[in-house]
Design a binder for this molecule. Structure first.
Ligand code: ATR
Length: 288
C-alpha cells in the first residue's frame, strides 16, 4: 500500500498502540472495497489526548478509533455523543464532520451483539437473564448491549465486589435497569436461570490465570461467551462446548465494533466480515 495526497486517512489512538489490530482490520476492508485509505496508529499519552483529537480534523483526518486508556476521557472532549456512549460513559469511535466538529460513538455494545448474533443466529435475549463477569469498561459496554437486547435481569460479578456494585448502581440509577451485583465467591449459585454468561475479565487470556468457575448450574441451552480472543477459544469456552453449551468467541466483537466507524468515515459499509476475522486469526497466529 502506498499513501499519497489522495489517501483517505483515519487514526487509531491508544497508549500504547503497537498491538492495535485496527490498521490490519480496516486494511483488509480497504483491499476488499478497493479504497485508497489508511488507518494510522498514533501513540498518544493521556495528557495529550485533547490536543491530538482537536488537531486531527484540521489535518484532514476523517475520524479516529480510540482505545485503551482513552475511551472514557475522549467522551469529555467531543461536540456530540451518541446514546450508547453517554450511557456507557465511554466512546471508541470519533467522526470528524464539517467545521472540525467531532461526534463520538460507542460501538462496543453493537459489536458484542452483532458478534453474538453471527455466531448464534436467532439468539433471543428478550425477557431472559444474563450474567456478566468483570466490572471494567468492557463489562459496561456488554451491559448496555444486554439492555438493548431486552434482558430482564443482568447479574454482575467481580473479584472486587465494590466495582460490581458501582457498575450495577450506575445502570439502575440511569433508568431503573435490572442490574444487580452478586459476590464473586457465590457466582455459581446464581447460574440457574442464566441464558447468557459472558466473561469480560482478563482471566483466561494468554499469560493470565484461567477463569475458575463451575458451570454445572447453567441451563443446558445457556450461551457462554468470552470477549477474550487470545486464545480464540478460552478454557471457559472449551469447557462450555464440552458440556454442550452454545458458545461465542471474542474476536468477532472487535471486527463488528469497527463497522459503523468505517462506514461513516469511508462511505461504504464493510463487507466480508468473516474474511476480516479470518485475516486477523491468521495474522495473530491463532489458527496455529
Ligand atoms: P476493561 O476495562 O478492559 O474491562 P479492567 O478495568 O482492567 O479492563 O477490568 C479487568 C477485569 O478483570 C476486572 O473486572 C478485574 O477485576 P478487579 O476489578 O477485581 O480488578 C478482572 N480481573 C483481572 N484479574 C483478575 C483475577 N486474577 N481474578 C479475578 N478477576 C480479575
Amino acid at each position: 500500500m502506498t499513501i499519497s495526497g489522495k489517501t483517505k486517512l483515519a487514526a487509531v489512538i491508544g497508549w500504547p498502540i503497537e498491538h492495535s489490530l485496527s490498521p490490519a482490520l480496516h486494511g483488509f476492508w480497504f483491499m476488499e472495497h478497493g479504497l485508497d485509505a489508511a488507518v494510522v496508529p498514533l501513540p498518544v499519552k493521556p495528557e495529550n489526548l485533547r490536543e491530538v483529537i482537536r488537531c486531527l480534523p484540521l489535518m484532514g483526518f476523517r475520524g479516529a478509533w480510540v482505545t485503551l486508556p482513552h475511551k472514557e476521557q475522549a467522551l469529555s472532549l467531543l461536540d456530540e455523543v451518541d446514546g450508547a456512549g453517554k450511557a456507557i460513559g465511554a466512546v471508541n469511535t470519533l467522526i470528524f464532520g464539517p467545521d472540525a466538529k467531532i461526534s463520538g460513538k460507542n460501538t462496543d455494545a453493537f459489536g458484542f451483539l452483532e458478534n453474538l448474533k453471527a455466531q448464534q443466529p436467532g439468539v433471543q435475549l428478550r425477557g431472559k437473564s444474563a450474567m456478566v463477569l468483570g466490572a471494567g469498561g468492557a463489562a459496561s459496554a456488554i451491559i448496555q448491549s444486554l439492555i438493548t437486547a431486552g434482558c430482564s435481569k443482568i447479574l454482575v460479578s467481580n473479584r472486587t465486589e465494590s466495582r460490581a456494585h458501582t457498575l450495577a448502581s450506575h445502570w439502575k440509577e440511569k433508568a431503573g435497569y435490572p442490574v444487580d451485583a452478586v459476590p464473586w465467591e457465590a457466582k455459581e449459585n446464581h447460574l440457574t436461570n442464566v441464558s447468557l454468561l459472558v466473561n469480560t475479565t482478563s482471566l483466561g487470556m494468554v499469560g493470565q490465570p484461567d477463569l475458575k468457575i463451575g458451570i454445572g448450574g447453567l441451563p443446558d441451552t445457556a450461551i457462554v461467551a468470552d470477549i477474550i480472543y487470545r486464545p480464540l477459544k478460552t478454557s471457559l469456552l472449551q469447557k462450555a462446548e464440552a458440556a454442550g453449551h452454545p458458545i461465542c468467541t471474542g474476536l468477532g466483537m472487535l471486527v463488528h465494533q469497527g463497522r459503523p466507524g468505517f462506514e461513516s468515515m469511508f462511505g461504504v459499509a464493510p463487507s466480508n466480515i468473516n474474511g476480516a476475522e479470518q485475516a486477523l486469526i491468521k495474522m495473530l497466529g491463532l489458527d496455529a
